[in-house]
Design a protein around this ligand. Structure first.
Ligand code: C5P
Length: 231
């Protein structure tokens, strides 16, 4: 049964009450849904890339919702309740950081910046701090501390992983969920829809900015990321 339909994915219940199936669609949206398109095979590429990312993180000791890939577009995952937080790490300036603070794109930050947004389309996913998140009862301070520590760890693993394939991990967004036992685990997806990835030598953008800013064929960029992962 379809439980939830997001911009790029659908979530289905299964016969096992502790498991869901995530289906990756071809839809792309940007600017909170203002720009929309269907891009053939994007869902397949994201499912494949995300599968490799979750497997890599699990191997490095990070607990995620990922169980296994079921098909070209489907993943079996653990049932979690998603926390309404979008967690972002920035290693290099880009995107909304540049726009909000009037900073040039491409500046390597002295240390990673950890950001949180309140996941709420109606209010445009506003940036929040720990106190906001606790006051809004989105998470407890202990949960936020844990999420921050996990996210910084994930950043180190992913940065090294991508650098090996000559990709700079500029920034990325994560979402966490709570499982049946109350444990917080990494959920949602990790793909070029949710990460900025630039070629180390040319700074060519191989992520969703190709769609957001009309920088070139999106599928070609995602295929390049996947082929470097499979080398
Ligand atoms: O737009 P912004 O610069 O804040 O995005 C930072 C990172 O988070 C980018 O890698 C972007 O792809 C990702 N992001 C996302 N979903 C959102 C907002 C940002 O995946 N709703």
């Amino acid at each position: 049964m379809l439980l939830y339909e997001g911009k790029a994915k659908q979530v289905y219940s299964t016969e096992n009450e502790n498991e869901y199936v995530v289906y990756y669609k071809d839809d792309a949206t940007a600017f909170n849904g203002e720009k929309k398109a269907s891009i053939a095979s994007k869902g397949i590429l994201n499912n494949k890339i995300c599968t490799i990312m979750f497997e890599t993180l699990e191997k490095a000791g990070i607990k995620t919702h990922f169980i296994k890939a079921l098909s070209d577009r489907e993943q079996l995952v653990k049932k979690v309740t998603i926390l309404p937080l979008e967690v972002i790490i920035r290693n290099i300036t880009a995107g909304s950081f540049c726009k909000r603070y009037g900073v040039e794109e491409g500046i390597v930050l002295d240390k990673p910046i950890f950001e949180m947004s309140y996941k709420n389309d109606e209010y445009g996913d506003p940036l929040i701090n720990d106190d906001h998140a606790v006051a809004l009862k989105l998470a407890t301070q202990e949960e936020i501390d844990y999420i921050r520590a996990q996210t910084l760890k994930i950043n180190e693993i992913m940065k090294e992983f991508f650098l090996k394939m000559d990709l700079k991990l500029v920034d990325f967004k994560l979402e966490f969920g709570k499982d049946a036992d109350g444990n917080i685990i990494l959920a949602d997806e990790i793909s070029p829809d949710t990460c900025r990835l630039w070629d180390v030598n040319t700074n060519e953008k191989l992520d969703k900015d190709r769609f957001r800013r009309d920088l070139g064929d999106l599928v070609q960029g995602y295929e390049e990321v996947l082929s470097r992962m499979n080398k």
